[in-house]
Write a protein that binds this ligand. Structure first.
Ligand code: CA
Length: 220
């Protein structure tokens, strides 16, 4: 016993899933299809998807933005939790991966809640700001290429209303952030943003060992 977050053994992780996971069939199907694809490991874990659905409901979010959609598991999780008039803007560059996502959004009956923008995400986020989106979003999820994390963070912070929730994924980066010998560009970018967010007076913040590390920040 110790007063710190724990690492999960396989047996304990299995217990967690068996005693908490509620995964709608359409999400389970998408997860299985994605897992069989190259890069399938990039999709978020099912318990993280469930946590995000809970966060959407807890915050009463109606307007959301996602940076990095891949095959759409996190977006489908958010869209399923949104009210009927809720909207999610998804930013990604891959036609291939997002074609899987679109197929499942349609299958789940949430396609009309999701707007996919296929362009470099910095451009899409700048366009949203230009279109009057600043201060209009309730929830943002950042999970794209790590080198641009700071740029995504700043833009999402602009898009969020005061009290809005920002989620940043992969903040523990499979442990690489704590390995001083690891200085690849992605690791450095994540480390920099983690350090910046800890000190950032514009947000309330908490870094959680969910999935590959998930930071929650509330815009002040
Ligand atoms: Ca991720």
């Amino acid at each position: 016993m110790s007063a710190r977050s724990i690492g999960l053994t396989d047996a304990l992780y299995d217990y967690l899933l068996r005693n908490s996971l509620r995964e709608p069939a359409v999400l389970a199907e998408l997860r299985a299809e994605t897992a069989a694809m190259p890069d399938g490991g990039m999709q978020i874990s099912p318990e993280q998807g469930q946590f995000m659905r809970l966060l959407v409901r807890l915050t009463g979010a109606r307007r959301c933005v996602e940076v990095g959609t891949f095959t759409g598991y996190s977006a489908l999780s958010v869209a399923l939790a949104l009210p009927d008039d809720g909207r999610l803007v998804c930013c990604d560059v891959s036609e291939d991966f997002t074609s899987v996502a679109r197929r499942y959004w349609a299958k789940a009956g949430v396609a009309d809640k999701v707007e996919l923008r296929l362009a470099p995400a910095l451009e899409s986020l700048d366009a949203l700001i230009k279109e009057g989106g600043a201060g209009q979003y309730d929830l943002a999820f950042v999970d794209a290429d790590k080198k641009n994390y700071d740029g995504y963070y700043e833009r999402c912070l602009t898009l969020l209303r005061a009290g809005g929730l920002l989620l940043v994924d992969n903040v523990l980066w499979d442990g690489a952030v704590a390995d001083p010998k690891n200085n690849d560009k992605q690791t450095i970018a994540i480390r920099r943003l983690n350090a910046k967010m800890q000190q950032d007076e514009r947000i309330d913040v908490s870094m959680l060992p969910v999935g590959d590390g998930l930071t929650l920040a509330r815009k002040r």
